[in-house]
Ligand binder design. Structure first.
Ligand code: FE2
Ligand code: FE2
Length: 188
């Protein structure tokens, strides 16, 4: 395990902050190179954070008996599919198209981009865990609602792990990527 590991790092590693020092977060919104495409990309991140929050809050709600199981099942299917499907698409595009474009523009951040790609691999595992447990819950809620309930703590743990992961990954990704975009006037 290195200090690049998402489970131990406390923000973007120092050696990857070369441009972040010149382009701090506060300066992004007013920067002329902060293009619409970049703003949309950050809005997608915001949507992922929101979806993870909804799934976690819903699961807490049903564990506290605050939610009707049928309503929970419908929302779990809907928001779970949305989060998992959109994140897979987003990561695939970043790995295959976006990161190579950044790498071509500035080769000083290769290790940073590799770090983000290995985050994506780790995220796949977390999403698979949620998919497996949510599908089991949805199947059991038809067959045996009592047994379905037993799946809820695992689903809560999955949604919390995804939320923690997203908080770290998305912040570090933005801190690495946005300064490169602004500096090289990309995606404008
Ligand atoms: Fe990413
Ligand atoms: Fe991203």
């Amino acid at each position: 395990m290195t200090h690049y590991d998402i489970n131990v790092r406390q923000g973007l590693p120092q050696d990857m902050q070369l441009l972040l020092r010149d382009y701090p977060r506060d300066a992004w919104p007013g920067h002329p190179n902060f293009a619409r495409a970049t703003q949309n990309w950050m809005r997608a991140h915001q949507m992922f954070r929101k979806l993870a929050e909804i799934l976690e809050a819903d699961t807490k709600g049903i564990l506290d008996k605050q939610t009707d199981p049928e309503r929970f099942a419908a929302r779990l299917g809907h928001y779970g599919n949305q989060l998992i499907g959109n994140l897979h698409g987003h990561h695939g595009w970043e790995d295959h198209s976006f990161f190579p474009e950044l790498q071509a523009a500035d080769d000083r951040f290769e290790r940073g981009l590799e770090m983000l790609e290995s985050d994506h691999v780790e995220m796949d595992g977390l999403l698979d865990n949620l998919t497996r447990n949510a599908n089991r819950y949805l199947k059991l809620s038809d067959l045996s609602p009592k047994d379905a309930e037993n799946e809820l703590p695992a689903i809560l743990a999955n949604t919390q792990a995804i939320g923690r992961f997203l908080t770290r990954h998305l912040a570090d990704e933005e801190d690495l990527v946005v300064p490169i975009i602004l500096h090289h006037k990309l995606r404008g």
